[in-house]
Structure formats: C-alpha cells, structure tokens
Design a protein around this ligand. Sequence first.
Ligand code: CA
Length: 221
Amino acid sequence: MSNRTISMSDRLYDYLLQVSLHEPPILKRLREETARHPQARMQISPEQGQFMRMLVQMMDAKRCIEVGVFTGYSSLSVAMALPDEGRIIACDVSEEFTAVARRYWQEAGVDRKIDLRLAPAVGTLDKMLNHGEQGRYDFAFIDADKGNYLNYYERILKLLRAGGLMAVDNVLWSGSVIDKRDKSEDTVAIREFNAALHKDKRIDLSLVPIGDGLTLARKRF
Ligand code: CA
C-alpha cells in the first residue's frame, strides 16, 4: 500500500500491459513499423494511446487538435475513438513522418477525420484564432518541440471550449527535469512550462505519470 505513485519495474510494467492493454492490430503494426525508425522514442506508449482514447470517449469529444503528429500513433488512436463526425486538426512540419501517418489513417478508414496541416503549428493555430475558432475545440494533444510548448498552450487554451481538455506529453522528460546540472534548452523549457501551468488559475491541472509524463489541463471558463 502506498500514498504516492508506485514506481514501475519492467516486470510490473509488463503485467500492467498484460492485464489492461487492448491495442487494435493496426495500431500495433504502426508501433512496430515506427520502432524501426531512428527517432522511435518520439512515439507515445500503447497504454498512453489507450488512455487518450478513453479521455476522448469520456468527453464525447468531436473537435480535436494535435500538435506533433510524427508517424501518427496518437492521431490514429484518437481518430479511432471519435464518432463519424469527429475531426482532428493535425499539425506537423515533416512531410516524411506524416507520410507514414497518412498511410495508416487511410488503411484504418479514418483519414477523412484528420485534417493535416503541414506548417509550423504556431502559425496554424494563429490562423484558426484569426478565423474565429475560439472556444470551439474539445480536446487537444501537444507533443512537439518543447521550446514552443507555452506558445502552443496559450493558443490552444483560447481554442478550447470551457471544460475542454489539453494533454501535454513528455512533461517528466525521462526524469531530467529534476537534474539541476541539465540546462539543455528542452529541459529548461519543460521545467518552465510545468511551473507556469502550476500557477495558472485558468485551468484544472493533473500530471499523470504515464509514459514520459502526461499533463492534463482542463480549461475552467
Ligand atoms: Ca512525446
């Protein structure tokens, strides 16, 4: 028994997967294809994908935003949980990575739900705001360049409806957030991001220690 979050050994993690993971075969195949990729660590874990599918279902989300598509595991996960009329605005800058994503979206029959915007995401989000889309989104997932996390966060907070949810990946950054000697740009950016959200009265906050740390920020009003 414990009154803090349990630490996860490899064996316990295997057990967690064994008794809880229901990964659709197409997601498993995409995960295996991506694992051969040199930047494979950018992919979210399968239990995190399943957790995000559950969030989307619980919220009855229809309009979603993703910043950072990579090879599409998270967008495919979320799209499969969305109703027919559900939509994801998916932002990324890599033609190469998203080509893999598009192939799987198509095969899963969810490509019509995903609107890929190949451009720097700050610009894409600004355009959405300029088109009056404030308050119109239910769910967003941020998993991209860490130096821009606060820029994405501020814009998406405007785009979410009251009660809308933002999930932000890698907020524990393999534990390096507590390594005082680590002054790399990404680590510093994540620390600043975490500290800023902790003070932010516009949201309800929870940092979930799943994957590499997933922050949930629910827009209050
Ligand atoms: Ca990530």
